[in-house]
Design a protein around this ligand. Structure first.
Ligand SMILES: Cc1cc2nc3c(=O)[nH]c(=O)nc-3n(C[C@H](O)[C@H](O)[C@H](O)COP(=O)(O)OP(=O)(O)OC[C@H]3O[C@@H](n4cnc5c(N)ncnc54)[C@H](O)[C@@H]3O)c2cc1C
Ligand code: FES
Length: 358
């Protein structure tokens, strides 16, 4: 089951001219289902002109806040974000899937760690949750944030970050990078690119002093910053990245070149909520997710673009080919996890399990 729950909007605040922060009221009977970790996201669903529209939005609150809050930036021409910015108000009821995602590292009060984060625009949302939760949970750890924006007027969570800086004077460092507003220090003018990250790592911070880095923003920024960090010596496994779907063009599946062996049909078994459901599909025409939905199985998804990981499942039997993957990390793939929206069967039988999380 996709497991969407109707949640009522408790509060809507304007963070910038084109970004709202939305707090949901979670009734006591759903508190357990909506417990979250820092950096996780929610899938929201509505119907616009009878179309079922689902999008992921990162939680911006700290685990300790006791408030389930997301920020939705209006994307020009964007379907869901325009609807949300125009429509959501206290009392609106919207369907929400419980928190998902792995954009975090385990925290421990005894840790004495140094964390670094790079965010651009609405990419600050999960990073804010991570920073607040980490500084509250680990009293001896520190955070350095590089935050890219066009100008001060477009900085999401400007006041909240200023308040945090006041509380954690010695443990939080924030460097604002502006592309359309001149700042005194030349290093902080422009966009966060690989070259900019290299300059930060040469002149501002030493990678050797940091344990983990978090990156959230457009795809080119994420790859550039990740490459700069790795070239400076940070192991890839210590770098966590989160991509927001809006920047990714939809991928078209290309049928495999080799000649088809056998019937070209696959019997797929979907394990979900302990139930086993079977259907037969053409191997190369549609993804396991699309075939399963067409067969009437309520499989969970959001972006259908290999980005959000809502459709993540584990292959228990058989083999699949994955087209694109912007969401799973190497260790998850090694454990057999795939994105069902990008997976095409290559064996006669495939068993995928949506109940396994580790
Ligand atoms: C894990 C995750 C977390 C996320 N967290 C956040 C968050 O915290 N805050 C946030 O604001 N966003 C977040 N996003 C992005 C969010 O899910 C949406 O992708 C974003 O809000 C845009 O959705 P939309 O429906 O408004 O735009 P869409 O309608 O999906 O359009 C996206 C873009 O495509 C263009 N477009 C639409 N239709 C066409 C067309 N036919 N031809 C050409 N171009 C077209 C639009 O102009 C727009 O630029 C997250 C995404 C992921 C995967
Ligand atoms: S639905 Fe988003 S990765 Fe598959």
């Amino acid at each position: 089951m996709s497991k969407f729950y109707p949640l009522s909007v408790a509060q809507v605040s304007n963070e910038t001219r084109d970004c709202i922060a939305v707090t949901f009221a979670v009734p006591p009977e759903l508190e357990e289902s909506f417990k979250y970790q820092q950096g996780q996201h929610l899938t929201l669903r509505t119907h616009i002109n009878t179309e079922d529209v689902r999008r992921s939005y990162s939680i911006c609150s700290a685990v300790q806040d006791g408030a389930l809050r997301v920020a939705i930036k209006r994307t020009p021409g964007g379907m869901f974000s325009t609807w949300a910015n125009d429509t959501l108000k206290p009392g609106t009821v919207i369907e929400v899937m419980p928190p998902m995602g792995h954009f975090n590292v385990p925290l421990n009060a005894a840790n004495r760690k140094n964390y670094m984060a790079f965010a651009a625009g609405s990419g600050i949302t999960p990073i804010l949750s991570i920073i607040k939760t980490t500084l509250l949970t680990e009293p001896n750890s520190r955070f350095t944030l590089f935050y890219g924006n066009r100008a001060s007027s477009s900085v999401i969570f400007k006041n909240e970050l200023a308040d945090l800086k006041d509380i954690y004077t010695d443990r939080l460092n924030i460097a604002y990078v502006m592309s359309r507003e001149q700042q005194d220090i030349e290093l902080f003018n422009g966009r966060i690119t690989k070259e900019k990250a290299q300059q930060f790592l040469q002149h501002w911070v030493r990678v050797a002093d940091y344990d983990n880095a978090f990156i959230c923003g457009p795809e080119d920024m994420m790859h550039g910053v990740s490459a700069a960090l790795q070239e400076a010596g940070m192991p890839k496994a210590n770098i966590k990245i989160e991509l927001f779907a809006a920047s990714i063009p939809k991928h078209q599946h290309k049928p495999r070149a080799q000649a088809e062996v056998g019937t070209g049909l696959t019997e797929v078994t979907v394990v979900m909520d302990g139930n086993h459901t079977m259907f037969t599909m053409d191997r190369d025409k549609e993804s396991i997710l699309d075939a399963g939905l067409r067969a009437g199985i309520d499989m969970r998804y959001s972006c259908k673009g290999g980005v959000c990981s809502t459709c993540r499942c584990k292959v228990l039997d058989g083999k699949v080919d994955m087209d694109v993957n912007y969401a799973l990390e190497d260790y998850e793939i090694a454990r057999g996890f795939v994105l069902s929206c990008q997976s095409f069967p290559v064996t006669d039988k495939v068993v995928v399990d949506f109940d396994q999380h580790e």
